[in-house]
Each structure stands twice: as structure tokens, then as C-alpha cells.
Design a protein around this ligand. Structure first.
Ligand code: PRX
Length: 637
């Protein structure tokens, strides 16, 4: 156990005892706790009630009747009190290129964008799809949607045309915002060309706005496409805000589950904003002098909550990083830290693993003296990486917070508090205020006490919890509230150690966590079987040094057709995106199945993990011989 670093005199949580007392109070009376927290936001109208929760119908309501605007809380109020304070720092792809945007400037940019949305006919409740690289326009667009009450659906710019099309259709987005091209490291991504392919023949799409990130000209579809720059230049820099109900949707974010179709996780305005503002303040102990650097892409929930909404609601300057940690060399991340004076660095184990390969040199060449808190998110961080992060990157001076949460939870649920919680390398440690985790055994009974493991569920509700799956509330209730009656099921397994610390052990469902990206095995399988030569496919994860989890696909092809594994990889790339491409494709004569036809994934997973013998009882298999054949084909992978 590593004792906490000394807390700052101005710390929001002065000691572990203070944390424990406050936690106990938040659990005893969550309504009182959250009503008090809500005072940190500006509300146009107060709530009639704090919360309502019925797990049977998945009915979750926070601050019913209250009115507020998320953009107003993140921008206007700070533009009024501290107009010259930096709100965003854009670290462009080219090293050394930065743009500082003050709150006053942010307000003008966002207002112009909001007026443009209104000019295009976007109204409260309409969905706007954002398919953009990490440029300030992405932040302006999100906040502009929030300002006029439109619902943003940000699609990570690494998704393919096909995946983008599905998301545009599901959300029914009439307006798409993109860029001519994206720059990331030494790669140029033809974003507009991908959008053109995605929206071809889609009647729903009326407008495509195109930011000019590079000099490249791209074909513009007359009447539909417009360059963002001139369209914004004709707008007034003032735009009144739309007062939203606390439960009006703020955004949709698609994520993967156990089935083939991605889910549009929907977050609402009041509860979400309060939760990310509050957790940002406690987990990163936000101080007026902070500069927050989160390396995630805004296309994932980490970027929504802890690049944009959480820091801005707290008036903490936040970095938008366009590049990668290794471009042009593996010192890049630390150089950005030094250049912007970052006090908080929030990153993913996969990035740390990639950097660790280069040794300590690229880190040691930089100062990092400004850092005080190091955060990790997205996947379990193994103790070795944790120690490197703490000892080398943080010079042993910084608090490390391993933060566990999900797209559906809106914000961090389990994490240490810096300067407060005793640390265990690899453990997410303690639930935050108002959060009640519990562990369930295979029979659906709660496992009590310490030193136990089980499936991780949550009791009750918290303000940042997702409210529904866009267009499919029945699926929301079924996915999250049916496995364990009365509780939200996370899909993760966890251990509670002797000291009451939580250790997340990873997904227990058919979801993979590849380089911190969440991908459903079913999604990859449906992409593979679209190939004419493929009869059947089963996808499993296996331990991978860099990615955490690698993707292996077992594929059965038609006897009369041949196909190369690269073709199958390309198929997945086209259907989902490069990040979902299987690392290994094994063409097999058949899959291990029970007599009733169920694929025994357990066996395939074990083979992928390198197991050669211990497969348990194979007698239930329709053709036990297939296991030996698969093992032989996997030899040497
Ligand atoms: O398995 C857990 C893992 O990431 C999943 C959520 O993925 P996503 O919705 O894409 O959100 C990622 C960013 C919040 C979880 O179900 N996960 C997230 N954080 C951690 C983690 N696993 C272990 N430790 C973490 N700190």
C-alpha cells in the first residue's frame, strides 16, 4: 500500500476520515447530498424533486422540473466573471503549435456556431452528428448544440463510412459536421470522403458542414455541403441560450454491447452535467491554478466528460490534443505537459504501455514539474505500468488515480481521491460519493464482506447515469436492469480486497476492451460474415502486450471459395474501423459447438490464451475432434 501524498491546504477533501464521513452521509441521504452538490451549477429554475428511480422500468429522473443550460454553465458564466481566463488549449498535431482560447472567445465561437445551427433549422431535440478530428471546432459544435438544445452525437473519427452511416440513421441526424481532412501523427484521414460515402443516398441528411483543417480541396455537394469558416463568419457572435429541462437529452454516444447493433447511450442535461462537474472537482481535486490534460479523443465518453464538460463546468483550462503520444517521438506527451504547464494528466494504460516500450529516456528528457495528479482510465492498469506511471512519469511526486467508469455511467464511479485515499497499484480503490457498488455471484446473490469477487453491480442511482438507449428503452431496461433484479449491471467483474478496495478484473460479457476501445465481439462477427466466403465466425479476445486485449477471429469459409486473412481484416476495417481489425484470423474447418448448435466460446478463448490441454469436458461437443484441428492451426500464432 502506498500512503497518499499530502493533501493541498485548499483540497476539496482534506483527509481520508473526511472522505469516509462524507461518503457515509452521501449514502445515507443521497437526495440531500446531490441537492447540495447541485448548488455548484447555475439553474434557471430549481427542481421540484431531487430524484426518482425505479429499476424495474429503468425509470431514472434527476432534478425533475429544473431548468438549466449546459453551455451556459460551461461557458457564459465564466465568460462573465473571468473573460480572459483560458478555457481551452488546442495542441495541434504539429509539435509546438498551440492555440489558447479564452472564455470570452469561446463564448463568441460557440454563439456563432449556435446561430449557424439555428439558421440551418436545427431545433431543440434535433440530433446533430459530429464526425471531426480533435480541433476546437469539435468543442464549439458540442457546446453550440447544448446551447440551442440540440442533441449531439459525436462519432469517433476512426469509425468507417459504414459505421458512421448506421449511427447517422439511428440518430436521424439531418446535420453532419466534419472536416475536409484530419491529421493525426503522420497520417492524413480523408474525413469528408468518408462522410460522402456514409451519407450517399440518405434522405435524412440535409446539411454537411466542413471545417477546413488542411489545404486540401474536397468535392462539395451543392445545396448540401458548406465550408464551416464562411458559414460561421456571417453569424452574430451572440446567441441566446435555450433553457432546457434537467431531463432533456444532452447527447447520444454510441457504444458496443453484447449484440451486433451499437447502442445510442443517452445522457440528459442536469444530472450528467452535475455529475461530471462534481466528480471532476473531487477526483482531480480541481483548483483554480490547474491545467487539465486528458489525452482521450472527444469521440469517446472520456473526452465528453473530462475534456469538455467536467473541466469547463469548473472553469479549469482543458487541453484538446490532436496528435498521438508518439508523434513525432515518444517524448511528445511530456513535452505538451511542459509546454502548457499541465497539472493533471489523464490517460489510458494502453498509451502508457506503448510509451514504456521506449524506456525512461523520452520521459526523463522532460521536466513534468507542473504535474500533481496522474489519472488512468479505460482498462485495468497492471501494477507494473502503474508503478512506471507513478515512479517515472510522476517522479514519485504525483498522486495516481485509477478511475473506473463507463459510457453508461456518465462519469467516474470508483477512484481514489488524490492526497486522501491510500493507494494500491492496480486497484481502482473506493466508490465515490453516492455510489454503492455490490458484487454478485453466479446465482444472482450478493457477495458480502471483503476479500470476495463477483460481477459488479450498482445499487440505486446517481445523477450521471444514462437514462435510456436512444429509440429503444426496452433494450435499455433489458441490457442493464434484467440480469440482477433491482440493480444496474456493469458487465464487469471485480474483486473487493481485505481493505475494501475494488479491483476491476475486466468484462464478463462479450465485449472486448482493445487499447481502451470498447468493441463487441458480435459486431466484428457480423462484419466478417458479410464477406461472401464466410459461413461462420467467432471472435474472442486474448492477452496482448500493447493493446491489453488482442482480437482473434476463428472463421469458417465456404468449401468452394478461398479467401485471404487480409481480405477479412479489410472487411472489418470497412464495416467498423481500423481499431476493430482482428490481429489474428484463423481459418478453421469448423467451430466447437454443442449438439444443440451453441458455439463454445470458452474453448476458443482458452485456445487464444495459449491453453493446449485443459478445456474441461468436451463430451458435450457435437464434434470433439475439431478442437485438436483448431489447436494445430493456431500453432505458432
Ligand atoms: O471494462 C471497463 C473498462 O472500460 C469499460 C467501459 O468502456 P467505455 O464505456 O468505452 O468507457 C471507457 C472510459 C470510461 C468498463 O466496463 N474500464 C474503464 N475504466 C477502467 C476499466 N477497467 C479497469 N479499470 C478502469 N479504471
Amino acid at each position: 500500500m502506498i500512503p497518499p501524498k499530502p493533501a493541498l491546504p485548499s483540497a476539496h477533501t482534506p483527509s481520508f476520515a473526511a472522505f469516509e464521513a462524507r461518503y457515509a452521509a452521501s449514502i445515507a441521504d443521497p437526495a440531500a447530498f446531490w441537492a447540495a452538490e447541485a448548488k455548484a451549477l447555475d439553474w434557471f429554475r430549481p427542481a421540484d424533486a431531487v430524484m426518482r428511480f425505479d429499476p424495474l422500468t429503468a425509470d431514472i429522473v434527476w432534478f425533475a422540473g429544473a431548468k438549466l443550460n449546459a453551455c451556459y454553465n460551461c461557458v457564459d458564466r465564466h465568460a462573465a466573471s473571468t473573460p480572459d481566463r483560458t478555457a481551452l488549449i488546442w495542441a495541434a498535431n504539429a509539435p509546438g503549435e498551440y492555440e489558447h482560447i479564452t472564455f470570452a472567445e469561446l463564448l463568441a465561437h460557440v454563439s456563432r456556431f449556435a446561430n449557424l445551427l439555428r439558421e440551418l433549422g436545427v431545433k431543440k431535440g434535433d440530433r446533430v452528428c459530429l464526425y471531426l478530428p480533435m480541433i476546437p471546432d469539435l468543442a464549439y459544435a458540442m457546446l453550440a448544440c447544448a446551447r440551442v438544445g440540440a442533441v449531439h452525437s459525436v462519432v469517433f473519427a476512426g469509425f468507417s463510412a459504414e459505421a458512421l452511416r448506421d449511427r447517422i440513421l439511428d440518430a436521424g441526424a439531418a446535420v453532419i459536421v466534419t472536416a475536409n481532412e484530419g491529421l493525426r501523427g503522420d497520417k492524413t484521414i480523408a474525413l469528408k470522403a468518408i462522410v460522402d460515402k456514409a451519407v450517399a443516398g440518405l434522405d435524412v441528411v440535409e446539411h454537411v458542414l466542413v471545417a477546413r483543417r488542411t489545404e486540401a480541396d474536397v468535392p462539395m455537394h451543392p445545396g448540401r455541403d458548406e465550408w464551416l469558416g464562411p458559414a460561421l463568419a456571417r453569424q452574430r457572435p451572440y446567441c441566446p441560450v435555450e433553457w432546457m429541462d434537467a431531463e432533456d437529452p444532452l447527447f447520444i454516444l454510441y457504444t458496443s454491447g453484447s449484440t451486433g447493433k451499437p447502442k445510442g447511450v443517452l445522457h440528459t442535461t442536469g444530472g450528467y452535467l452535475l455529475y461530471v462537474a462534481s466528480t471532476f472537482r473531487y477526483v482531480f481535486d480541481a483548483q483554480p491554478s490547474d491545467v487539465h490534460f486528458c489525452t482521450a479523443d472527444i469521440g469517446w465518453v472520456t473526452g465528453h466528460s473530462y475534456i469538455l464538460y467536467g473541466p469547463l463546468a469548473n472553469a479549469v483550462p482543458s487541453v484538446i490534443f490532436e496528435s498521438t503520444p508518439v508523434y513525432p517521438d515518444p517524448s511528445r506527451l511530456w513535452r505538451v505537459v511542459d509546454d502548457v504547464g499541465a497539472t493533471i494528466l489523464y490517460t489510458a494504460p494502453t498509451a502508457l504501455r506503448a510509451l514504456m516500450r521506449f524506456g525512461d529516456g523520452p520521459v526523463s528528457r522532460t521536466s513534468r514539474a507542473s504535474l500533481r495528479i496522474l489519472g488512468s482510465v479505460g482498462e485495468p492498469i497492471n501494477p507494473e505500468v502503474w508503478r512506471w506511471f507513478h515512479d517515472i512519469c510522476g517522479n514519485g511526486r504525483c498522486s495516481v488515480v485509477d478511475t473506473w467508469w463507463q459510457t453508461e455511467t456518465g462519469g467516474i464511479l470508483i477512484s481514489a481521491l488524490p492526497g486522501v485515499t491510500p493507494l494500491e497499484p492496480g486497484a481502482a480503490t473506493r466508490p465515490l460519493y453516492g455510489i454503492r457498488p455490490l458484487l454478485m455471484d453466479a446465482d444472482g446473490n450478493e457477495v458480502h464482506g471483503n476479500g470476495v469477487s463477483g460481477n459488479l453491480c450498482l445499487a440505486g442511482t446517481w445523477p450521471g447515469q444514462a437514462r435510456t438507449i436512444f429509440g429503444d428503452h426496452a433494450r435499455f431496461a433489458l441490457t442493464y436492469f434484467s440480469a440482477y433484479t433491482g440493480y444496474y449491471f456493469t458487465g464487469d467483474g471485480a474483486r473487493r480486497d481485505e481493505n475494501g478496495n475494488y479491483w476491476i478484473t475486466g468484462r464478463v460479457d462479450d465485449v472486448l476492451n482493445v487499447s481502451g476501445h470498447r468493441i463487441g465481439t458480435a459486431e466484428i462477427e457480423s462484419a466478417l460474415i458479410e464477406h461472401p466466403a464466410v459461413v461462420e465466425a467467432a471472435v474472442v479476445g486474448y492477452p496482448h502486450d500493447l493493446k491489453g486485449t488482442g482480437i482473434r477471429a476463428y472463421v469458417v469459409t465456404r468449401p468452394d471459395m478461398t479467401c485471404q486473412t487480409v481480405e477479412l481484416q479489410a472487411q472489418v476495417r470497412a464495416a467498423i474501423g481500423p481499431f476493430a481489425m482482428p490481429d489474428q484470423v484463423v481459418i478453421v474447418p469448423g467451430l466447437p459447438k454443442t449438439r444443440s448448435g451453441k458455439i463454445m466460446r470458452r474453448i476458443l478463448r482458452k485456445i487464444a490464451e495459449g491453453e493446449k490441454h485443459a478445456f474441461g469436458d468436451l463430451a458435450t461437443l457435437a464434434d470433439p475432434g475439431v478442437v485438436a484441428e483448431i489447436l494445430e492451426l493456431c500453432e505458432g500464432l
